[in-house]
Design a binder for this molecule. Structure first.
Ligand SMILES: CSCCC(=O)C(=O)O
Ligand SMILES: [Fe+2]
Length: 184
């Protein structure tokens, strides 16, 4: 099964709610791919020895891996972290997350600066490109267990918006959002 993604209805309601438009306005995987967002569906029960996961890690150089079990008992400064996750930001590198349990929402900005909400469940592996504005929230089930992957030594630094002069932001705009090269 594929993930679901939709254009968000902006409102001040609880961030953990779906925030659908009326009627819902779904976004395809192709549209996400145009924004540089990659997606795989894997078997979360096999993560310890999964040839499909291993192949993705090998192909994309994801040498680093750890787990983030997002519950108050296991995460220091839980509330503060959740708040930081939901503050719009970019990174200098890809953000790679594989959901093993639970669920949540990754929100990314589209080309017109609108929020797309991506619903993540167990088995969903998502890659956000360096330089894309994004944020994360739990949904109303309030729990997610994520595998975090990275190329080499991990850097989790978040740069909050605005970051128009950040090299990763410029690179993302040029390479992914940029207009096709005009040949005269
Ligand atoms: C809970 S993982 C996703 C949150 C995020 O955007 C980040 O860690 O940078
Ligand atoms: Fe992030």
């Amino acid at each position: 099964m594929a993930i679901e993604a939709w254009l968000m209805q902006e409102s001040d309601d609880d961030q953990r709610l779906p925030h659908h438009k009326n009627p819902p306005d779904y976004v395809s995987l192709d549209h996400l791919a145009d924004l540089g967002v990659l997606y795989w569906n894997l078997d979360p029960n096999k993560y310890e020895n999964d040839p499909d996961l291993n192949k993705i890690r090998q192909d994309r150089g994801y040498s680093y891996m750890d787990m983030l079990d997002l519950c108050p008992e296991k995460v220091e400064n839980y509330e503060e972290k959740l708040e930081r996750f939901y503050t719009e930001h970019i990174h200098g590198d890809e953000e790679i997350r594989y959901c093993l349990k639970g669920s949540g929402y990754f929100d990314v900005r589209d080309k017109d600066d609108r929020w797309i909400r991506i619903s993540i469940k167990a088995g969903d592996l998502i890659v956000l490109p360096a330089g894309i504005y994004h944020r994360f929230t739990l949904d109303t089930h309030n729990y997610i267990k994520l595998m975090r992957l990275f190329v080499g030594e991990p850097v989790w630094t978040a740069f909050n918006r605005p970051q128009e002069d950040h090299p990763a932001r410029k690179g993302y705009i040029d390479s992914t959002l940029g207009m096709p090269l005009q040949v005269s």
